[in-house]
Each structure stands twice: as C-alpha cells, then as structure tokens.
Design a protein around this ligand. Structure first.
Ligand code: NOJ
Ligand code: CA
Length: 694
C-alpha cells in the first residue's frame, strides 16, 4: 500500500539534502524554536553517536534529553554510532488553510522546521532523517528512512522514541490497549501509572500486554503547564502506545504488534513514520484550541468534498442498547423495520434533523457477538425481510432525510474487505452519503489487533473506497484519530472512547461525571467524537432499572457544543423528545463551526466552549462540570460589538443533581450584547447550554 507523503516541496528539500555533495560537518547541537520563541527543541548527538532531543517551554525543561531510534528484525538497531551528515533549518513558514468542515474554518499554520540527517559512521552506513516542526502550540517530529543500499524492506520490531518528562507530572491516562480505547481514564502521577489494573475489567476484546498508556495522554506540570503526547498522520504504521518507566517518569514508544510475525511494522523505503507530537499550553483551554494535529497532516487529497455534509441524526439505535428492541430479526422485537424507520423520518423532517441511522437492517446479526467463526456471516447488501431499504431511502428523500448506512463487521475483516466495493456501490446507487462502521470483537484473522498496522491499513482502505463512492465514514471500534481528516475529509467522526452506550448497559455503573471533563482534554485532542449525546430519559426507565446516565439533562444539551463532531446524534428515543422544550436546543444547534473559543476549563473538572455557526453570526455555548457543582460567570465578549442577540439559556434547576434530580432544568430567555455577562449555576454532574441567535 502506498505511503503518506510529505508535500512535494519538502520531499525535494530532503532528497536534495540527501543526494547533494554539500553535506555539512557533523553538528552536535541544533535548536529549533517556536515562532513565538517559547518552545525550544534541542537536538543533540552524544559521544556514542546517539541522537537525542529535549524540549523547554518558557526556559523550563518539560522533556529532558530523550533518545530516538528503532529496533529491526535481522539487522542491528538504529540507535548509536551516528554522525550528522546534513542539517537544515527552514524558518518562518506561515500560511493558513481552510477546513471544509470543523471546529473552525481558518487554521493558522505557522512553524519553524529543522531537518537533520543521521548516518552511521561505520558498519552498514545506514541513514535516516529526523524532522522537527515547532509551532506555538507544540511540536511534532518524525523519522524518514530514505532509499539506500542496506535498507530496502524495514522490519521494525520496536520504535525507541523516548519522552523523558522533566517531572513526575499529574497525568490523565488510559491503558495502552491494543484492541480497544473504551476504558475510563485514571488521574495519577506518572509514578502511579499501572495499566495492568485494567486487565480483566470486562471488555472482551481488550489486550493490555505492557504497563503502557494510550495517547493522547495529558499531563500538568508543577508550574501548571499543560502537555499532551499523541501522534499525527498514522498511516501504514501501527498505533504508538507509551511504555511507562514509573521511577524515572519516562515514556517510550511501544508499537502495537501482531502475533503473526515478529515485526510490528513492515515498510519499504522511503518510510515515513507518523509524527510524534507534544502539545504544550500554559493552560488547559489551549490544548483544545491547538491545531497541531491537523496541521501535521497533509492537505485535502479528495478535492471537491461538497458531498461531505455535516449533520445531526437520529437512529434505530438506543432502542437496542436499552434492550427494548434487537438488532437481530429472529427475536420477535426487531428494531429495523420499514414502519419504524418511516416514523423516525417523519420526526426528523419536522425537527431539522438531516440523518437517520438504522442498525440491524442487514442479515447476520444472529451470529455476531460471542461467536468465534464470524467470517462469512454479515452481509452488507441484504436487508432482513421486514426492512425495505429502497422504500426507506425513497421515503426519506421525499421528506429531506438521508439514511446513514450501517456496517457492523464484527471485526471479520476479510468478509468486509471482499464485499467493500459492492457495499459502497449500493450506497452510491441509492444516494446514501454516510456510513457508520463497527468492529466489535477480536480481529479476524486471529493474531491481529485493532490498533496494529494490518488494521490501520484496513481502516484506510475503507476510507479510500468510501471516497470513491462519495461516502463519509463514522468508525466505531476505530483506530485512533490522528488528524487524517485534513487529508481525507470524508473521515468525519469516530468512537474510540467510552461512549454514551456504556451508560445503558455497563456493569460498572456507566461513565462517571468526571469522564467527559477528562475526555475533552484527552481523546478530543485527537479529533471528532461520535459520543451520541442527548439522552433525556436519564434514568432509562423502564428499560434499564440498574443503569442510568450520570449527568443532568442540561449537561446532555451542553455536549452538542463541548464534544465536537460534524455528525451529532440525538440519541434518545423520539418519544422522550416530543413535548420536551429542551429539545429546541438540539434543533437549533449547528454542527459546523466558523470559530471556537474555550472560555474556561480544568482537566477533569469542567470546561466551557463557545462556537460560532459556520453559516451565520449565531453562537452556541456549552459548559459541563464533573461531580462538583460550580457557579460560572460567562462573559459574552466573543460576540461582535454592538449587535443584539436573543439568548436562550438551558440550565440546571437549583436543586438538580446527576443522581438525585437529573432532569430538573430551567429555560431563561434574555436579550444580550457583547458586554453582557451570564451567571449560571451548574449542578453536580451538570451543565448548561446557551444559544445566542441574531
Ligand atoms: C458498538 C458501537 O459502538 C455501537 O454504537 C453499535 O450500536 C454496536 N457496536 C453494534 O454495531
Ligand atoms: Ca463501541
């Protein structure tokens, strides 16, 4: 499979460096600063010829000298005995670009860059480049292994990129699971990280072989600097988890592997690794506002993507998680029927909802969860007898509602790959432009993991096929987001966290109130989240007596602004929306934004975000809190001066509480301007939503 590419200009620079005779004398120290001078990255080569890097922020060390390199199968490690055979700094790149959809329209892209070539002084004389890109909101670096006599196919058994943190920082982490990201976060210092406590915690497809964490992993230094480690442009490689050295508070890359071969990544030269990223901000809010991850990806390769349409959707979905209906046909309470789909289309079309997801429409659901032999079971073109796909599509079109196709693969990747083209051609023929994919269960073929190179390439194959047929993809049980939405704007959203569904059925009490105030500063830094907000029937009565959502209803509204996705579900049963005035907010809130401002926030505690509609001057604000109540004063100084706005505030009632009184909310209407301040009380597990319309 073809690899990711640098821009043509950068490639040219690299190859000119590589092949030019004007290589410079060995350099032992090279510093690259961010444009504002606050971040300084020092590259050094020590006496053993080991390449190292270190990072300072405001003249304080945040990452101490950390090593770089690889272990290879059948060859000595690329680790030491190097000299610098060329080095070049390119300063002052500054050119903004536009997102076809996103948290903002215009993205600033301003960085300084260094390219360093390292060559072994003896032996195989192997060579590679390290590129550092340093922005005001953090840095990224990647390795490039060019074509050369002694490396053609690389069998990488491990990447040895260290992140040697300058202190035992407070860390918000989840385990480095090779198969699933759906764990709760833990807050602890680095020296207390123990990923093994997550083993056997009830997730069937989990595999946690090391004391490692998943990325994005977010930390706060003793001086209050906020740091998040992640990666950008994960293409034809495997997911990087971070091994933890608790004593020395160091992280080291630990790639997701496979049981089917010794190497974790196989690649031909020129080989480009993903960017290893370090977001740095003086406060928590700056992490959310950072554009580092998308900036480190390549521009849109799909050209005109006017068929990618951000939208809200409802679905035949929560019914199944509540066990009110089933995916499978044979139960006698099948959810995906033509009649029910039409009822939902009627509701959507009268409430400004553009999409309808129908799960359980196709044959195979009798044989998915819990079965080993899942290949050859699911079929992505054949509906159950009580579901007339073409009729539902026709009815939806007539009412202005488009179907979201559903492909649950049950992680039987070969069956899916075989049918991929046929399945997407059907969507194209029917004029369906969105699909939700799913990968529940252990990966087939056996020995592969959801986050390994095999699956990274599988997910990409789906994106490529979808693009060919003008379909946008929302992947569940996905590979983590690394900013590829910039390059492939049809990869609109994904799960990759503990979503709302856990509140319906998990045996551990669901997502605690602090979950989303952590997610906003960890998982959300990676990219859009299909969290599926909007549950109004918080106690899930009468369907799930032992489960509930652990937030107030007002917080469910806030999530449409706080948790970003260009496709947002109104996840509850429509009967819980009918005649509930709070639903007006879901009707009004858009899903595509002109700009985003994080008004306040502390990781794990609370966050408030304001976003401007992409299509007009309306603004929407959402604020959420953990289990602690809070009082906030929200200054509306982000509004244009001198304009009057109609404000509608949806807030927790004074006695609201996520457990004791979750559905108590109040609606307040006001006229406001940019000089107004809104004072609002957030209940324990609560939140507020504010619409500001002209
Ligand atoms: C897990 C997904 O997260 C969920 O949204 C979906 O309903 C089920 N798989 C079935 O595909
Ligand atoms: Ca899931």
């Amino acid at each position: 499979m073809q690899n990711h590419k640098l821009s043509a200009a950068l490639l040219l620079t690299i190859f000119t460096l590589f092949y030019s005779c004007e290589t410079r004398k060995p350099l032992y120290r090279l510093s690259t600063d961010s444009p504002d001078g606050k971040i300084k990255v020092a590259f050094t080569l020590n006496e053993a010829g080991e390449p190292l890097y270190a990072v300072n922020y405001n003249d304080q060390p945040v990452v101490l000298r950390s090593s770089l390199g690889f272990d290879l199968e059948g060859q000595p490690a690329l680790a030491k005995n190097f000299e610098v055979t060329s080095a070049k700094r390119l300063h002052g790149f500054n050119k903004s670009w536009e997102m076809p959809w996103g948290e903002k329209r215009v993205v600033e892209n301003n960085y300084n860059q260094s390219i360093i070539q390292l060559t072994e002084k003896s032996g195989l004389h192997r060579t590679f480049f390290v590129i550092f890109m340093v922005y005001n909101d953090g840095l990224g670096f990647r390795y490039i292994v060019p074509p050369q006599p002694n490396i053609s196919e690389m069998h990488i058994t491990e990447e040895n990129t260290q992140f040697n943190m300058a202190g035992d920082y407070k860390t918000f982490w989840g385990p480095g699971d090779w198969d699933i990201y759906e764990h709760l976060y833990t807050t602890s210092n680095i020296n207390q990280i123990n990923a093994f406590k997550y083993v056997n915690n009830g997730l069937a497809q989990s595999h946690i072989p090391n004391n490692a964490v998943n990325t994005p992993v977010t930390m706060i230094t003793d001086n209050g600097v906020h740091i998040s480690l992640h990666e950008a442009n994960l293409t034809n490689y495997s997911d990087m988890t971070l091994l933890v050295d608790t004593i020395n508070h160091r992280f080291k890359s630990c790639l997701v592997g496979s049981d089917n071969h010794k190497y974790k990544v196989i690649g031909r030269t020129p080989l480009y690794t993903p960017w290893r990223t370090i977001q740095i901000s003086p406060d928590a809010a700056g992490l959310i506002e950072s554009d580092l991850i998308v900036n480190l990806n390549e521009p849109n390769k799909l050209g005109d993507v006017s068929w990618v349409k951000p939208m809200k959707y409802i679905g035949i979905w929560w019914d199944m998680h509540l066990n009110r209906k089933t995916w499978e046909y044979s139960s006698g309470k099948h959810g995906a029927t033509t009649a029910y789909a039409k009822e939902l289309i009627d509701f959507a079309s009268t409430h400004h909802i553009q999409g309808l997801l129908v799960e359980g429409w196709n044959t195979g659901w009798e044989h998915w969860i819990g079965f080993e032999d899942r290949e050859g079971v699911f079929d992505f073109v054949t509906p159950y007898p009580d579901y007339d796909l073409e009729e539902v599509v026709r009815y939806g079109k007539q009412k202005g509602v488009e179907l979201i196709m559903h492909h649950e693969t049950s992680a039987a990747t070969q069956t899916y790959t075989k049918q991929l083209d046929t399945a997407f051609r059907l969507m194209y023929k029917l004029g369906i432009h969105a699909v939700k994919t799913g990968y529940v269960g252990k990966i087939l073929p056996k020995g592969e993991y959801h986050h390994g190179q095999y699956m990274v390439n599988h997910y990409q194959q789906v994106i490529d096929t979808a693009a060919k047929y003008h379909v946008m993809v929302d992947a569940h049980e996905p590979i983590k987001a690394t900013g590829l939405r910039r390059t492939y704007p049809n990869f609109v959203s994904r799960e990759g966290l503990r979503g709302q569904e856990f509140n319906a059925w998990s045996a551990d009490g669901g997502n605690p109130p602090e979950h989303l105030p952590i997610v906003a500063f960890t998982r959300m830094l990676a990219g859009p989240i299909d969290f599926t907000p909007g549950i109004f029937n918080i106690k899930l009565d009468p369907y799930r007596p032992d489960n509930q959502v652990n937030t107030t209803l007002a917080q469910q509204l806030a999530l449409y602004v706080v948790i970003y996705s260009p496709i947002q579900m109104a996840a509850d049963l429509i009967e819980h929306y009918k005649n509930n005035p709070a639903f007006q907010f879901i009707e009004d809130v858009p899903v595509n934004w002109e700009q985003t401002k994080v008004l306040n926030g502390e990781v794990g505690d609370y966050v408030t975000i304001a976003r401007q509609d992409r299509h007009n001057n309306n603004w929407f604000v959402g604020g959420i809190t953990d289990e602690n109540p809070r009082d906030m004063s929200i200054k509306l100084d982000f509004l244009p001066a001198g304009k009057a706005y109609h404000a509608i505030l949806y807030k927790d009632a004074p006695n609201a509480h996520w457990n004791d009184n979750p559905t108590a909310y109040e609606i307040e209407k006001m006229e406001v301007t940019s000089t107004s301040t809104i004072n609002v009380h957030l209940a324990p597990g609560g939140g507020f939503a504010l619409s500001l319309m002209e």
